[in-house]
Write a protein that binds this ligand. Structure first.
Ligand SMILES: [Zn+2]
Length: 153
């Protein structure tokens, strides 16, 4: 990789170790300016599994979040970029707080909170989208009571 300081040199790896499951820290040194820095590389394969209320586990799938958000934000003044940001934000939150398994209800709440701040109409629509498409976005199926509450507001 290119040196982030001088942006000309190639770098060599002087040390590698697994710092967390699915994350590798590498100590690097620039062959040109000789500065040292550390990079963290995340292994792309998602290690997270979603634990549903009935105890079954499914692999975490960010596309499910995006799909639900796109439906909710249809014809709303919300850009693809804003949707991307919510997906990234929720994903980062999950990786920060969970190592292997995350309760499905937590993901649903994280999406709800992000969307509520962004757009009230999309938020309410998101609730109904999930009622309709439970099979596709089953990770929020447990949010029934919360959805009822938001519909009454
Ligand atoms: Zn350099």
């Amino acid at each position: 990789m290119m040196c982030p300081f001088c942006q000309t040199g190639e770098t060599k790896v002087i040390d590698s170790r697994v710092s967390q499951p699915y994350e590798i820290r590498r100590r690097r040194e620039c062959l040109s300016c000789e500065r040292r820095f550390t990079t963290r590389e995340k292994i792309e394969e998602s290690p997270l599994r979603v634990v549903k209320k009935d105890g079954s586990r499914v692999p975490f799938d960010r596309e499910k979040i995006r799909y639900g958000l796109e439906k909710a934000c249809y014809k709303r003044p919300i850009s693809e970029e804003q949707i991307d940001r919510i997906v990234a934000q929720v994903e980062a939150d999950l990786y920060e707080n969970f190592e292997r398994e995350v309760p499905s209800v937590y993901i649903g709440e994280a999406v709800f909170n992000a969307l509520k701040k962004l757009d009230q109409v999309a938020f309410v629509r998101f609730a109904s989208v999930y009622r309709e498409f439970k099979d596709v976005n089953d990770f929020v199926e447990e949010l029934g009571p919360m959805l009822k509450q938001s519909a009454q507001e």
